[in-house]
Design a protein around this ligand. Structure first.
Ligand SMILES: *[C@@H]1O[C@H](CO)[C@@H](O)[C@H](O)[C@H]1NC(C)=O
Length: 385
């Protein structure tokens, strides 16, 4: 190190203020919550997995599902598990970012639509969401308004998102706290039918990102052949994760605001002929010996138990990017480690904002969560599609 000559110090003097300002800017931006990507997972309060048992070191973001919208008061309410969730998961990973998810698949769309259709109820909802998030130490809020079917619902959602984001900006500037993150879980494609379309321009402008629910395309009650419910590709032109992501990008939501959602569960079919056991093999509804009697869903942890107990055959199909397993007349379409790793590489190679799993309580010994986390960190290997 050399000592600066007095004259060179004098020459530097006019620039010192600029240098100090530049250093302060770097300092300031480091103080903000930096989000570079999402290695995310939803924790469902009714999954049977205690929040304290979550290996939060395998995630950058964890969503607590779900807080409820009270249709009488239009306020958001949380269970005690969601109220303590940020503190609980920070014990193993102090830097994991936490979001409070509101709604979920079991809530009727009309409940959200009613709230979102009036200025006063929107205000009540938004204010209570911010109060709750701050009271529990969440970093953000996630809207899980599902089953929308009408253009008027999409218009109300757009208004809600605009006002919500403005309120978050106001709250941050008046308190000096980091702005709360705002996200939503959305359908695999923004275009639900010719008239009904998610407000993509409003979403791109107001949300930090969306979690694209690229699953539940088929179930055993609605399909006479075995299928992957969450294929990344479908050469026959059916719904797929990649076609949905493409539709969101073409619809105006930049890839940097898209997070690929994948399932930690599958669907159990009953085969018509145990010797015809590939994809698109004849099937006769739900196999209720393993599948949930409602839709035929099976958690990954149960699929692993089935594979071990029945010595089932496991196949990975790289054309569709799905796994399936079978034994006798039981056939399950699901994502195992190969499908998960390939989907994560796809998200990374396509420069999406990350991935999110629904839901982590269905994992088996953190196998899929760890596979996803490592695949994102590892060098990507799948061609950009
Ligand atoms: C995946 O399954 C389809 C449908 O059964 C089949 O046509 C295709 O060859 C399979 N791909 C691979 C790589 O096995």
């Amino acid at each position: 190190m050399s000592i600066a000559h007095p004259t060179s110090m004098a020459l530097l003097k006019p620039f010192l203020n600029l240098i100090i300002i530049a250093l302060l800017c770097i300092q300031f931006s480091q103080g903000q919550a930096q989000i570079d990507w999402v290695n995310g997972g939803y924790w469902y309060t009714e999954s049977g997995l205690a929040a304290s048992a979550i290996d939060s070191t395998l995630f950058t973001h964890l969503f607590c599902a779900f807080a409820d919208l009270n249709p009488n008061t239009n306020q958001v309410t949380v269970s005690s598990e969601c109220a303590t969730f940020p503190d609980t998961v920070h014990q193993k990973n102090p830097s994991v970012i936490t979001l409070l998810s509101i709604g979920g698949g079991s809530v009727d769309s009309s409940v959200f639509n009613q709230m979102a259709s009036q200025p006063a109820s929107r205000r009540t909802f938004i204010d209570s969401s911010i109060r709750l998030a701050r009271a529990s130490g969440y970093d953000g809020l996630d809207l899980d308004w599902e089953h929308l079917t009408m253009p008027s619902e999409m218009a109300n959602m757009a208004t809600l998102l605009e006002e919500w984001r403005a309120a978050l900006d106001d709250e941050a500037s008046s308190t000096g706290a980091d702005r709360l993150i705002l996200t939503a879980a959305v359908a695999v494609s923004p275009q639900l039918d010719p008239e009904t379309r998610f407000p993509t321009e409003v979403i791109a402008r107001n949300l930090d990102w969306v979690n694209v629910m690229a699953y539940d395309f088929y179930n055993p009650s609605g399909s006479s052949v075995t299928r992957s419910h969450a294929a990344l590709f479908d050469p026959t032109g059916g719904p797929s994760g990649s076609s949905g992501i493409r539709a969101w990008i073409d619809g105006g939501v930049p890839r940097e605001q898209l997070v690929l959602g994948f399932p930690f569960y599958g669907y159990a079919y009953k085969l018509v002929n145990p010797n015809k056991n590939g994809l698109l093999a004849p099937a006769a509804g739900i196999d209720t010996s393993v599948g949930d009697p409602g839709y035929g869903t099976v958690a990954y942890s149960k699929i692993r138990a089935f594979i071990n107990a029945r010595r089932a055959t496991v196949v990975y199909n790289s054309t569709y990017v799905t796994n399936y397993c079978y034994s006798g007349t039981t056939w399950i379409g699901y994502d195992d480690t190969q499908a998960i790793a390939t989907k994560v590489s796809y998200a990374k190679n396509n420069r999406l904002f990350g991935y999110v799993a629904w839901h982590i309580g269905q994992d088996y010994n953190w196998m899929l969560s760890r596979q996803a986390f490592q695949a994102w960190g590892a060098k990507a290997t799948v061609a950009v599609a």
